[in-house]
Design a protein around this ligand. Structure first.
Ligand SMILES: [Zn+2]
Length: 438
């Protein structure tokens, strides 16, 4: 575990901070290529200025965002805003059960709450009883909408314009689950979830992960007045799954944004590997209780995903709703029709996405319904089928069509960005190898 200090920086636990800082510096002294190792901490967002040792040490000694005063009953939480989120949905994901806090936010934050832009990260402090103790919502103009509870009353804190973006670089090895590995590396959940999203056309994070898989990630972290405010977008990432290497570079141009391989191929493909949203809860869900007889694909021509009731089920590809309703053993089921005589089926749902109706167009990743155990199911799970010309295929074995490449007009700009990012991923990877060898 201690060997991971070199690969995985910074450690966020305050009790261990001092010890680790000392070990880290001592470790550096023992290793001849100090110049390389200093790159694994925190680099300025410009990426052109080489990070220095001073900056690394500063980052390690920052107060941990997750562990607040251990004597008090305070927990720091952060959540990425999703499409369709409302204040209530967001508060419930943050773990807040606080009508007074919600009412204050509704009253004082009317303008801010109109800006629940998907992808932004909200940070909150919640008491063990579910009270909202503070909330910080980054706004688009670099300002922060911040609310604090003091002596039982909520106060609107001054909106700070002094937010500062930094770049964090982390890596880790998967031993039991993705979230266990990202926890160990000090990677926030919102970044872990982005990792799973970015590679969701290539890797089924519910089925494909193996011990020894590795990740490296470069992401934006936002600080306001020196306090970590939350993690932002992933800028570059690598995922090694069962020996196969996948890399992603974030790129935005006038037309849109997305992730590309260092060679400029889009990571977004026609189909997602998994119809199930990947979350901390769904990833750790025990499959012990659900029908063992129907486990194999051959037996019933589908793939089963054990997951808690209510987990979001998403369209694996753009298409149209061919059927949404009850059907025998499938229970509540949605069938989507896609181009090239392809269709997908989602069974045993507890409910459908609001307003879902036959004929409706649906985009890849949009919600079709929620995991349940309707029909012939002994435990909550999703039954997923993939058909081409009405023939069932194993979705985990279907070769997906090639994705689009970056266009010629953007090629030069992309390469200018991709090369230093790919270099950072290489540095992170060698750090992981170094840690493994020790
Ligand atoms: Zn099934």
């Amino acid at each position: 575990m201690e060997q991971n200090n070199i690969a995985i920086l910074p450690e966020n636990s305050p009790q261990r901070t001092r010890l680790h800082t000392v070990r880290w510096v001592a470790g550096l002294a023992a290793i001849p290529f100090l110049g390389v190792l200093t790159a694994f901490g925190v680099a300025p967002p410009s990426a052109t200025e080489p990070p220095d040792l001073q900056r690394v040490v500063e980052e390690i000694t920052l107060p941990a965002p997750e562990l607040l005063d251990p004597g008090q009953d305070r927990y720091a939480r952060e959540e990425r805003i999703r499409r369709g989120d409302t204040l209530d949905i967001l508060l419930s994901r943050l773990g807040a059960e606080d009508p007074a806090g919600a009412a204050f936010l509704r009253q004082s934050g009317r303008a801010a709450l109109r800006q629940l832009v998907p992808g932004r990260t909200v940070r909150a402090e919640i008491s063990g009883a579910g009270e909202l103790l503070s909330l910080a919502l980054p706004l688009g103009n670099g300002q922060v909408f911040a609310v604090q509870r003091e002596e039982g009353r909520y106060r609107l804190r001054e909106q700070s314009a002094r937010t500062e973006g930094r770049t964090s670089m982390k890596s880790g090895v998967i031993e039991s689950s993705l979230f266990a590995a990202t926890d160990k590396a000090g990677v926030p959940d919102s970044v872990a979830q982005q990792l799973a999203e970015i590679f969701s056309s290539d890797v089924d994070f519910h089925k494909d992960l193996r011990r020894g898989d590795r990740f490296s990630v470069v992401y934006e972290a936002t600080f306001a007045e020196g306090q970590p405010l939350g993690a932002g977008r992933v800028l570059a990432a690598e995922f090694v799954n069962q020996g196969r290497v996948y890399q992603a570079i974030y790129f935005r141009d006038g037309q849109g944004e997305g992730y590309y391989t260092p060679e400029g191929k889009s990571l977004r493909k026609a189909f997602l590997r998994s119809p199930l949203e990947f979350t901390r809860i769904s990833s750790g869900f025990s499959s012990a209780r659900f029908h063992p007889v129907l486990q194999t694909w051959r037996a019933h021509k589908g793939v089963d995903y054990a997951a808690p009731t209510g987990t979001r089920v998403r369209a694996t590809a753009d298409g149209a709703v061919a059927f949404a309703g009850r059907q025998g053993g499938y229970g509540n089921v949605v069938v989507l029709r896609h181009p090239n005589n392809t269709s997908t089926l989602y069974g045993h749902l507890s409910g459908f996405a609001r307003g879902l109706r036959t004929g409706q167009r649906i985009g890849q990743g949009e919600t079709v319904g929620y995991v349940g155990m309707s029909g012939l199911a002994t435990g909550p799970h999703l039954h997923y089928e993939f058909r081409v010309n009405d023939v069932h295929l194993d979705p985990q074995r279907v070769a997906m069509p090639q994705a689009a490449s970056i266009n010629a007009r953007n090629r030069a700009a992309f390469e200018q960005l991709a090369q230093p990012m790919a270099h950072r991923l290489t540095l992170l990877k060698s750090a992981t190898n170094l840690a493994l060898l020790e």
